[in-house]
Every structure is written in structure tokens, then in C-alpha cells.
Design a protein around this ligand. Structure first.
Ligand code: BGC
Ligand code: NOJ
Length: 812
């Protein structure tokens, strides 16, 4: 069953039934000021950091689901309704929500009145702009009462929901004409405030929640709205809100627009006040003035559209497969921007208070984003590397506001350092900007410890080399990519988190075959970087370590039909036919296959065949099999999940691409495509009821074959799945892959695809690429020509001056 449809021309998903199986959300803003918005206008706004600078309040995991947002209430005689259906839930005559690229339009119609609300954050603006258009479609005049509503969060989202003994006394507001200001803590250590304004005189307002709502009323029945009269309340402590009251008279056929601006301002310390106790509103007034007419708002939206036209023009395809094209051209790239912005911090599954920017996560996010805005990728790489420790180990996460490592989450995840090599080399391959390696980058944010970025790559590489276990394989530390394979935890205490509890590595023999494969892949990248820089001795040294690792994997990491997953604390095998449960895992088979370890002896082929046989199912490739059915204290969190969910045999969409890339290395294009399609959201639209999360973005996990409800997804939006799938489809299946000295074209496609076209902008040049497959092969470039001239014996487009080129590629 579907709840809407794609509108590819407008790059929108159109939801036509508000009661989606889960709130289907969108993100407004892609730099500094952000909002999350659901299809019923739920969600919240924050500045830079969802934990430290939360602007509006949201109630997670609430009843009803998705409580708190920016709500409009329309009172039309005795009927009260909201354009987004919620919170009133008055049955609408018509409803439509269009989620587009960083904007959302929600339209509701009731008793001849239509209300269309546009929500977006204009480029380079610290505000969410809301344009509400009310139209009277009846033959008689309408006297409506309009109420806006938003609830302020007291800045620190954690304190906001726990420290009530203080919070209920701190709230402060100011009211100035049609603008309602939230200034809690402004007079002490904060130089920032928020405001909610409307571009028209108002007939009333409320800023105190209890006065507006009534103490025992829900969002669907605010007392002020029921009574049709604002209370003109001024909040003193308790819960400050902002609500405008406007009386709207509409003649038959008449439309009136109202522009609301929800903004954030920072003032200089010595310019904070207009007069004693009165905040300096200059910057707020500037923002308000910028968007105070419909023309200005429409122009800003058009600018946002152009911005996205531009971003998405860097890579476009025409494969003739509608669903694939819309994912590659629109939604997958869009999701990559979102994961770049938020890492794993704020979604409807991530509360914004738990996790900041992940070291491994943000590095991986870059591979789906770097072609969009390379400069922002560059800045991110430096930010991430600045949190690294001098020995190569890393804080697992850092806070976006402070850019400092997050001590609460700690470190010790031994895969973390290697991902920096991925992020950095992806950037250089895209841009050719080798100068990034000379950039002085601090360790642990301490400038006095700064070294060139290249040094960070060296210590990343060496962190693996310096932490090898008894089989010469990488020690796992707290965990590798799989946060839940906690081999040094031995936790018996339900009150401790597996992620942060003591990491008892002393005497541990726990080694990871996943990191081994990762090390071979990115160790080779490191070697190549060294060679390009003429650091041949270092390249030699590194190459030897990589070769040793390959030998160790072959000697101690092969289980007969697939790669082992790990050795535990005591040196026992994990992911082996010797085990009762968890005999085979996806991660090590993915990475060792990508590394091509033992490919000459058929190991990769065998491993991937075993994956197909044991891990594949109708909805994707599960993480391990058989699923764990009891708690193994020596394995940790992985065995805490019920079978089929999350890291215990869920379909972890993030790592399906590792197998897919492995398949493309073997040249098995049909298999690669089958795996790709299985988890690709646009292909799952028809089973939305089961899939549950948005059909336009990837979810982190789909319940696996052992689960109670196979096929049901969770954790949409913020997942490495976005960038890995884009990377896989664009660079390995369609095969258009940036490299240091050119653009490699090496597709691996289903045999029955006869052709496809792509446009790729690369280092200033634009390539119109047409790939034909007259003989129905999976892989192998027979001929490549640029503007009619054949390129001798290769599949690489060399670096060319700015301009437009036509590239013909023939497989066969
Ligand atoms: C989840 C992981 C996640 C980790 C981070 C675990 O409970 O299963 O997917 O990465 O928490 O905190
Ligand atoms: C989600 C985390 O964000 C990511 O870092 C981790 O690799 C996966 N879960 C798997 O545990």
C-alpha cells in the first residue's frame, strides 16, 4: 500500500494520506540553522547543535506519536482544524504534503477554506520561514481566527527535559508588536535569543503555555483556540511559547498570505542590549525585513531550488529505470547531504541529545557528498582529524557546536582511524587538491600538537599496525564498525551501556577480520598516496604491513567457505562453522572481498557465494546467521537484540553495499544489481505499510529473515547507508569513479541492460557519458572515446581542461 507518490519533475515526494505508518519527515536548512519537519508539521528547530542549541521543544516517543511542532490552528465558526491534520486531527476535505529539497509544503482544505503552508530555511539564513496562504473557495465571506503555535526549548535539550526545578523559573520573553522573543538566560551567559514573528499586525498573542493550552489540555485542544480569544499572556518561568492570534476576513475567492519567521540571533557581548533589560533586536529585524513579503519569500525559495539544481547536476543518470533514476538523481544524493550535515545526531530515531558527529560516520558520509560541495567536505575532514589523538586513536564522536571530542562517548573503537584515509582520499580524488595534506591539523584540538594532515593519515595507518593481536590481525578494541560486537566488555550490569562501559582490553586476544579487510583496502590507498607524494620509503614500509595483513588473513581468517568475523577475548573464533550461532557475518566477508584477499585462489567467490546462501533473504542481506538467541556475555550488545533486529541478524543496509562492491569486483553485475534493488527505498514504495519508514530515503535497518516482522524498517535518514549506496551505484555499478588522474569508467551492470547515460562534472569539465552494452556482458570496457577520439587501451578519462565532452563507452 502507498501513502503518496513521487513527483520527479518537482523533486518531491507527495504524501496524500496524513496517517503514514510512521511520521515521514524532511529536513529544512543545510547549514547552521536546521529544522526537522514531519508530514503533519511536527518536529523541531536548532542552531548548529541539536543538543546544545535547541530552539523549539519536541516530545520524543510520545502519545500520540510526533508531538510538538509548528502548528497552525484555524477556527472557522465552531470547527477547529490544522492544515497538516495534526494536532487537531479534524477530518480534512483534502490533504497533501510535499517534501522537497530542503522545503516542505503542507496543504489542507476544510469547508471551502484551503490553507497551504510552505516551510523552508532560506540559504544563508538563521531562520525558518513559513508562508501560510489561506484561500476562501466558497461563495460567501469567511471570518476565520488563525492561531500560530510553537513551544520554546530552553536551549540545552538535555537540561530542558530534566532540570525542571530550575527550568520552571528561568523562562523569559519579550513582546514587541508582531514579534514574540524568547530570551531565557540572555541576561546571564547567553548572547543569543530566538523569535517568532509574523508580517502583519496581530490581534493578540500568548507566550505562556499554560495560559494558551490550559493545564490539562493537549495540543489538539488549546483553550485559547477553543475560546477563540488570545489571552495576551507574558511568560514568567514555566514554559514559554509563541502564539500569534490573527482575525482573517476572506471574501469569496480571496487569498491572504501570512509570513511567519522563526529565527535565531547572536549578539556581540557589548551590543546585547537596546536598553536595560531590553534585548537588541537589530539583527532580528533585519531577518524579518528580508522575508516580509510573498515576493521575497518566493524569490528565496526559487534561490533554494536553483541551489539544488546546481548541486544535483554534478551527477545525473538516465538508465531508463525510473525508480533507480529518481534515487540517483534526487533522493539518494539529497540524503547524503542530510547525513553530511547531521551525522547521526537528529532524526525521529536519534534524539539529537545522544550522539554528535561520529568519527567513522562522518568520514563515511563524505563519500556520498564530496562531489556536491568539496569545500565543505574539506572543512569537515579537518574538523574530524582535529579530534584525533596523537597515537592515531580517536574520540568516537564530537559535538558540532564546540567541535570538541565528546568524552562521554569515549574512544577505543579500533576501526575509527582507518576511515580518515577513506574520507581524505575520496576528497583528493574528487578535487585533485593535494594541498589538504599539508594543512596543519591539531591533535585532540590542541594547536600546539598540530601536524600536517598527512601525519594524521600515518598515525591512522600505524594505529592498526601498533595494535595487532596474536594472529597478526587487528585488535578490535571497544568494537569495530559493528558497535555491538563488544568483545572486551563482559557486562553483567543492566545499568551500564555497552557503548561506554569499561573496555577491558588488558590481556585480550579479540581481533577483527573486518578491520583486517578495511586495513588492506585503505592501507593500499595510503601506500598510493605515499607514492604520489614521492615518499617511497614510507610507501615500502606501509606496503609490507599490508602484505603481512593479507598473509595473516589467509592463514588465520579463512573458515573454509567464508572469512571469519573475529577472535574473541580468549582467542576463540567468531563467525565460524565451529560456532552454534553467528557462524557467518557480512562485515568481514564484505571487506575481505573488497580487498580481494585470496581472490586468486577463489576465496572471494566462495565467500560471496556463502553470503548469498546463508545471509541473503527477500528484503536484503542480513548481518549474521544464525541469529543469536541468547545473551553471550563475551560478545556483548549484539546478542542483546532479539533475533532479526539491528546488529543481530537485521538487514543492516549500511553494509549491504560492501557485498555489492565485492560482487562488482568479481564482475557479477546481475547479482550486484539484485542486492542493490532489494533495499532501495523507491523500489519498496508499494509495501510502505510493511516497510514503515519513508519510501524516499534509506533506513539503517530492515528487520531480517529471523525477525518477528521481516521487512519492517527502522532508523531512517541518518545512516551510512545513504553514502555507501550512492557510492556503490554511482562508482561501482554504473562505474563512474573519480581517481587521482582522471575519471574511471568501469560499469558492472546486469547483462540485459543495453545502455545508459550519465552526466558527470569532474574537476571543472562536464562529461556526457553514454555506455552501450551490445553483447549483453556484465563488465569490461572494450572501447572508450572522447569526442570521437578513442582512448588507447584504457577505461579512464584523463584530466581535461574545462569544457563539455562527449564520452562513448562500449562494453564487451
Ligand atoms: C546500536 C548501534 C549504534 C550504537 C551507538 C547501539 O545500540 O545498535 O547501531 O551504533 O548503539 O550508540
Ligand atoms: C550505527 C553507528 O552510527 C555506526 O557507527 C555503526 O557502525 C553502526 N551503527 C553499526 O553498529
Amino acid at each position: 500500500m502507498k501513502f503518496g507518490h513521487f513527483d520527479d519533475d518537482n523533486r518531491e515526494y507527495v504524501i496524500t494520506n496524513p496517517a503514514t505508518p510512521w511520521p515521514w519527515i524532511n529536513y529544512l536548512g543545510n547549514k547552521d540553522f536546521f529544522s526537522l519537519i514531519s508530514n503533519t508539521a511536527g518536529g523541531y528547530a536548532f542552531y548548529k547543535d541539536a543538543k546544545f542549541r535547541r530552539l523549539t521543544r519536541y516530545r520524543y516517543n510520545n502519545v500520540p506519536m510526533d508531538s510538538g511542532g509548528r502548528y497552525f490552528y484555524i477556527k472557522d465558526d465552531k470547527t477547529i482544524w490544522s492544515p497538516g491534520w495534526k494536532p487537531c486531527k479534524t477530518k480534512l476535505d483534502q490533504y497533501e504534503c510535499r517534501h522537497g529539497m530542503n522545503y516542505t509544503k503542507i496543504k489542507g482544505e476544510k469547508d471551502g477554506v484551503s490553507a497551504e503552508a510552505l516551510f523552508f530555511v532560506p540559504l544563508n539564513t538563521h531562520a525558518e520561514v513559513q508562508k501560510l496562504s489561506l484561500t476562501n473557495n466558497t461563495k460567501s465571506s469567511k471570518n476565520l481566527k488563525l492561531f500560530s503555535f510553537t513551544e520554546w526549548a530552553l536551549w540545552n535539550a538535555v537540561a530542558d527535559m530534566e532540570n525542571f526545578q530550575r527550568n520552571f523559573s528561568t523562562g523569559e520573553v519579550e513582546i514587541d508588536g508582531s514579534t514574540l522573543y524568547h530570551k531565557t538566560e540572555y541576561k546571564e551567559r547567553r548572547n543569543h535569543f530566538a523569535f517568532y514573528s509574523v508580517n502583519t499586525p496581530i490581534d493578540g498573542y500568548d507566550t505562556d503555555r499554560e495560559s494558551f493550552m490550559g493545564l490539562y489540555n493537549g495540543f489538539h485542544e488549546p483553550q485559547v483556540v477553543l475560546e477563540g480569544q488570545a489571552k495576551m499572556s507574558t511568560a514568567h518561568g514555566w514554559s514559554p511559547i509563541a502564539s500569534h492570534y490573527i482575525e482573517v476576513d476572506l471574501q469569496p475567492g480571496e487569498t491572504k498570505d501570512f509570513i511567519f519567521t522563526l529565527g535565531y540571533v547572536e549578539n556581540d557581548e557589548d551590543n546585547k542590549w537596546e536598553s536595560k533589560g531590553v534585548i537588541n533586536k537589530d539583527k532580528a529585524n533585519e531577518i524579518i525585513a528580508k522575508f516580509n513579503t510573498s515576493d521575497k519569500v518566493d524569490a528565496a525559495l526559487a534561490e533554494l531550488r536553483t541551489y539544488w539544481d546546481d548541486l544535483l547536476s554534478n551527477y545525473t543518470v538516465n538508465t531508463g529505470h525510473e525508480k533507480l533514476d529518481r534515487m540517483v538523481n534526487i533522493w539518494n544524493q539529497y540524503q547524503c547531504m542530510i547525513t553530511f550535515c547531521f551525522s547521526r545526531s537528529a532524526s525521529f530515531f536519534e534524539s539529537g541529545i545522544g550522539r554528535g558527529m561520529g568519527f567513522r560516520d562522518s568520514n563515511q558520509d563524505l563519500i556520498g557528498f564530496v562531489h556536491q560541495i568539496p569545500d565543505r567536505a574539506r572543512e569537515r575532514i579537518i574538523d574530524i582529524a582535529s579530534t584525533q589523538f596523537p597515537d592515531g586513536s580517536c574520540y568516537h564522536q564530537y559535538q558540532p557546536l564546540t567541535k570538541k571530542g565528546n568524552n562521554d562517548i569515549g574512544s577505543g573503537f579500533n576501526d575509527d582511524p582507518m576511515w580518515l584515509i577513506l574520507g581524505t582520499t575520496a576528497y583528493i580524488k574528487e578535487t585533485g587538491d593535494w594541498s589538504i595534506l599539508d594543512e596543519q591539523v591539531p591533535y585532540d584540538n590542541d594547536e600546539s600538537l598540530a601536524q600536517p594532515l598527512f601525519h594524521h593519515l600515518t598515525v591512522s595507518f600505524d594505529h592498526v599496525v601498533n595494535n595487532l593481536g596474536p594472529h597478526g590481525l587487528p585488535l578490535i578494541g571497544r568494537a569495530d564498525w559493528n558497535d555491538c560486537l563488544n568483545l572486551n566488555c563482559f557486562s553483567r550490569d543492566p545499568n551500564e551501556s555497552f557503548q561506554t562501559t569499561e573496555n577491558k582490553t588488558e590481556g585480550s586476544k579479540a581481533e577483527s577480520l573486518m578491520i583486517a579487510g578495511l586495513f588492506v583496502v585503505y592501507g593500499r590507498e595510503y601506500v598510493e598516496v605515499c607514492r604520489k607524494l614521492g615518499k617511497n620509503e614510507e610507501a615500502e614500509r606501509a606496503q609490507q604491513h599490508v602484505d603481512n595483513m593479507v598473509r595473516s588473513v589467509k592463514a588465520h581468517g579463512w573458515d573454509g567457505d567464508w572469512f571469519l568475523r573475529a577472535y574473541d577475548f580468549f582467542g576463540n573464533k567468531i563467525g565460524s562453522q565451529e560456532n552454534d550461532e553467528g557462524q557467518i557475518f557480512i562485515e568481514s566477508n564484505g571487506w575481505c572481498s573488497m580487498a580481494g584477499i585470496g581472490i586468486e585462489d577463489g576465496l572471494v567467490e566462495k565467500a560471496l557465494n556463502s553470503v548469498k546462501e546463508k545471509l541473503d533473504c527477500e528484503y536484503g542481506i542480513v548481518l549474521n546467521n544464525p541469529a543469536y538467541t541468547k545473551y553471550y556475555i563475551e560478545y556483548g550488545e549484539i546478542s542483546t537484540y532479539p533475533k532479526g533486529y539491528k546488529e543481530n541478524a537485521g538487514i543492516f543496509c549500511h553494509n549491504n553495499p560492501w557485498i555489492i562492491i565485492g560482487e562488482t569486483i568479481l564482475g557479477r553485475g546481475d547479482q550486484a544489481w539484485e542486492y542493490f534493488r532489494k533495499i532501495c527505498p523507491a523500489y519498496l514504495e508499494d509495501i510502505s505499510e510493511l516497510h514503515k519508514t519513508e519510501p524516499y530515503v534509506y533506513a539503517q535497518m530492515i528487520a531480517g529473515k529471523d525477525a518477528f516482522k521481516p521487512g519492517e524498517a527502522k532508523n531512517s535518514w541518518l545512516t551510512g547507508t545513504a553514502s555507501w549506496n550512492f557510492y556503490t551505484i554511482s562508482q561501482y555499478i554504473l562505474g563512474i569513479r573519480p581517481d587521482y588522474d582522471g575519471l574511471i569508467i568501469d560499469p558492472c551492470i546486469p547483462a540485459d541492460w543495453r545502455s545508459f547515460e550519465a552526466t558527470r562534472k569532474f574537476r571543472g569539465a562536464t562529461f556526457k557519458i553514454r555506455v552501450t552494452n551490445p553483447n549483453g556482458v556484465n563488465k569490461g570496457v572494450k572501447r572508450l572515446s572522447i569526442d570521437g577520439e578513442e582512448v588507447e587501451g584504457g577505461n579512464m578519462i584523463p584530466l581535461l581542461p574545462k569544457g563539455h565532452y562527449t564520452v562513448e563507452v562500449e562494453l564487451g
